[in-house]
Design a protein around this ligand. Structure first.
Ligand code: ITT
Length: 202
């Protein structure tokens, strides 16, 4: 059985990635949540792009575990904020905030922005790093939407309750898991990565 480590501790991401990878036979999937804390040193996301950060995470995990590692670096780009929070999405507003508090901060910043100017997108860069040569494979996915005026929906994680998808008339958090996993930035990046996984790991 080929092994793949998901280089993330974000439970929301792990759930979605495991779901979306479940149709690949012969692949044993683990994540950082399955390893003791001291197996992988704390990873500093010092890059200035999603790709740099995804590579840092995948490379560090591949090096520490000796196994192929798949990292996801993702975030929300809000046009009215010049693309912020972007690569800083997980830390926006300060460390230690809950998802709901982060969403409130963002909504406050957009208080006086009308509907037309609330466009935004989720972006996801995935990097697969395969030892022993640490070969690198990169894919990307984007999902366009609009920042809602208030949070709605209970599914998903992160900014999902305030990310409205006009063509579906719902926020990302109102979509059932299967539907988010068909249209999301992560789904699109992973669809391309699955071809690479089949070719390189199986
Ligand atoms: P890892 O680095 O351990 O993977 P993280 O949460 O720190 O976990 P990122 O650095 O990639 O991950 O930050 C991505 C942030 O962007 C994430 O914490 C969410 O706030 C947001 N985000 C990414 N994908 C999202 C999604 O599908 N729905 C809602 N918010 C999302």
């Amino acid at each position: 059985m080929a092994k793949l480590v998901l280089a993330t501790k974000n439970r929301g991401k792990v759930k979605e990635l495991v779901d979306m990878l479940s149709d690949i036979e012969g692949l044993e999937i683990m994540s950082l949540l399955d390893f003791p804390e001291d197996k992988v040193p704390e990873i500093k996301e010092t890059g200035s792009t999603f790709e740099e950060n995804a590579f840092i995470k995948a490379y560090e995990v591949a090096k520490a575990t000796g196994l192929p590692a798949l990292a996801d670096d993702s975030g929300l780009e809000v046009d009215a904020l010049g693309g912020k929070p972007g690569v800083r999405s997980a830390r926006f507003g300060g460390e230690g905030l809950s998802d709901a508090e982060r969403n409130e901060k963002l909504l406050k910043l957009l208080e006086n922005v009308d509907e037309r100017n609330r466009t935004a997108r989720f972006r996801c860069c995935m990097v697969l790093v395969v030892p022993p040569e640490f070969d690198k494979y990169v894919t990307e996915g984007v999902c366009e939407g609009v920042i809602a005026f208030k949070p709605k929906g209970k599914h998903g994680f992160g900014y999902d309750p305030i990310f409205y998808v006009p063509r579906l008339g719902k926020t990302m958090a109102e979509l059932p898991r299967e539907e988010k996993n068909r249209i999301s930035h992560r789904a699109q990046a992973l669809e391309k990565m699955k071809e690479i996984i089949r070719r390189v790991l199986l």
